[in-house]
Design a protein around this ligand. Structure first.
Ligand code: NAP
Length: 352
């Protein structure tokens, strides 16, 4: 592109240069934020499931596929021909989700695997089962989450519950599935973040909110950790030659079970949320950034996709704003190391 700018010197081309240079500036600032070598171009704003390339033969794991966005991810991927494994805690909810998917997509190849992301032995057991059962994994969608339980809870491993479920469980799952992902010719890992990251920070002195627990602060921290993880995974994939395309996505605000099962619809947050719920995305709309990241040929390594309207609460698909904290590659590397220590899990470059 730079060579063409130097040699093409007509007036039309010169005005074209200016807009191209301006666009390049925007793209490079996004790229620098994530440390990826590629400039990022925004997706087609009206991209939808009809634009998804056939996924026949591709194998996906969707965490939290029993409701909300994860369910919609699983359904859309199955409709495009993919083999989909839904992983969540409750087998009955799993069976119900599969039944609902099959009503709309009778030929869906979808199955359920039980996992509790807030119990690292359960995460490791799932990864072990998948390594035995699957020839490879083409896409991992780190989607499951809980939001702002009013009281501080702890996971089986003693971690704060949101940090454990939303972030640390997915960190370990990705590490444990790395050998299976590396058997794919084009593996992708999509990690869900949130507009809440703009209020988030990583408190390295109290990562587990043991000294002070703010339900929304802990949620924002966990989702910021997810975003930093997605970018750091891409950087490490490039350095280590893992061949993974790591991409982050967020849904805007979507009507799902997240509030009901977190702070509750009767909480102050829930009441405010309920007042505006007609203006939010459906779960199917909220799933589009993830589905784009997981399947679009143009989805770029190290990018962050989400809706672009109303401070990214809803609207057409595009590149999401990256908060300064998520651009801090040093902090991301530190968080990675700390998480390895806390979880006793390292990403190994071994394929088997
Ligand atoms: N909804 C929004 O407006 C919004 C906004 C920003 C970001 N997000 C993000 O979008 C993603 C999807 O959320 P959603 O809104 O679709 O929520 P949801 O409807 O509540 O779905 C959450 C899913 O996570 C699973 N899950 C929860 N805890 C788990 C655990 N310990 N182990 C395994 N699975 C677990 C649940 O399954 P079981 O209960 O069956 O285990 C469920 O399938 C999350 O990452 C969330 O942070 C949502």
């Amino acid at each position: 592109m730079i060579d063409r700018l130097r040699t093409d010197d007509t007036p039309d081309a010169r005005s074209g240069w200016r807009s191209r240079l301006a666009a390049l500036g925007v793209l490079l600032s996004c790229t620098a934020a994530m440390g990826s070598a590629l400039a990022q171009s925004p997706p087609k704003p009206d991209w939808g499931p009809a634009d998804m390339p056939p996924q026949d033969g591709r194998i996906f794991l969707v965490t939290g596929g029993t409701s909300g966005m994860g369910y919609e991810d699983a359904k859309a991927l199955a409709a495009a021909g993919a083999r989909v494994v839904i992983a969540a805690r409750n087998p009955q909810r799993g069976e119900e989700a599969i039944e609902r998917i099959r009503r709309d997509v009778p030929a869906a190849q979808v199955r359920f695997e039980a996992v509790d992301l807030a119990d690292l032995s359960s995460v490791r057991a799932l990864a072990q089962r998948l390594r035995t059962a699957l020839p490879r994994l083409d896409g991992l969608i780190n989607n499951a989450a809980i939001m702002a339980p009013p009281e501080r809870g702890t996971s089986a491993d003693g971690l704060e519950m949101q940090f454990a479920t939303n972030y640390a469980g997915h960190f370990v799952l990705t590490a444990e599935l790395l050998p299976l992902l590396r058997k794919s010719d084009a593996p992708r890992v999509v990690t869900l973040s949130s507009i809440a990251v703009h209020r988030g920070s990583i408190d390295f002195d109290d990562l587990q909110s043991a000294r002070a627990y703010d339900p929304y602060g802990a949620y924002a921290q966990s989702k910021l950790a997810c975003l930093m993880f997605a970018f750091e995974l891409q950087r490490r994939s490039e350095t280590e030659g893992w061949g993974i395309r790591s991409i982050a996505a967020h849904p805007g605000v979507a009507v799902t079970e997240l509030i009901e099962r977190g702070p509750g619809v009767d909480s102050e947050f829930g009441r405010n949320w309920s007042r505006d719920r007609d203006s939010y995305h459906s779960a199917a709309q909220g799933a589009l950034p993830t589905l784009y990241a997981a399947t679009a040929p143009d989805a770029q390594a190290g990018a962050y996709y989400g809706p672009t309207g109303e401070n990214e609460r809803r609207g057409p698909l595009g590149l999401a704003a990256v908060p300064p904290a998520a651009r801090d590659a040093e902090a991301a590397a530190r968080l990675w190391t700390v998480t390895e220590e806390i979880t006793g899990t390292r990403f190994s470059s071994r394929v088997h």
